[in-house]
Design a protein around this ligand. Structure first.
Ligand SMILES: [Zn+2]
Length: 181
């Protein structure tokens, strides 16, 4: 297990409060470190990330303080942006499933991401995009193929809508009332 230290190169001069949105000069209110996972081709890699706590200068702010992270590290994530993008690229470009991606991340990058975490990242990413944009990005050929699918050890069926020409899965949904348990 490798541990890499990620620190701010210098204290930021300006920052924005995540609660009230006020752009302000940085006033330090302490610092701490948190450990997160990252991609690595050789040994499992963890990052020890510096977190700066800033005091909010707005009198009206409800939280009074907020945290700042070095570039590429996202709040609430226990993994880096790089790892998240790699997982999403697998899901979106390769049309893969979350358990498969979780396995792949372990195999290729010596790290882990539970399928539920990957699923959450996927939804976060999808929520940022407008449905019309998603449809454009799927580059649908116009020929829709509708099929049902029953995973092993799974009650009931899933309904799969895929592109009839490319085979790409466009939409997946639980098919209520289809098939017998
Ligand atoms: Zn504030």
């Amino acid at each position: 297990m490798k541990l890499k230290l990620v620190k701010f190169k210098r204290e930021p001069k300006k920052c924005v409060c995540l609660t009230c949105g006020l752009k302000q000069r940085f006033k330090s209110n302490g610092r701490y470190f948190k450990t997160i996972k990252d991609l690595s081709l050789d040994k499992p890699l963890k990052l020890k990330v510096e977190v700066l706590r800033a005091k909010c200068l707005s009198q009206a702010c409800s939280l009074k303080s907020f945290t700042l992270l070095p570039r590429g590290i996202k709040k609430y994530h226990r993994a880096t942006e790089r790892l998240i993008q790699e997982a999403l690229a697998g899901l979106i470009n390769d049309n893969s499933t979350t358990p498969r991606i979780a396995k792949r991340l372990t195999r290729v990058f010596n790290t882990t991401g539970s399928s539920s975490a990957i699923d959450r990242w996927k939804h976060e990413q999808a929520d940022k995009i407008d449905i019309k944009e998603i449809i454009t990005k799927l580059s649908f050929s116009g020929i829709l193929c509708i099929d049902e699918y029953k995973p092993r050890r799974y009650k009931g069926y899933d309904l799969i809508d895929s592109d009839g020409l490319t085979g790409r899965i466009l939409y997946l949904e639980k098919a209520e009332g289809l098939g017998r348990v």
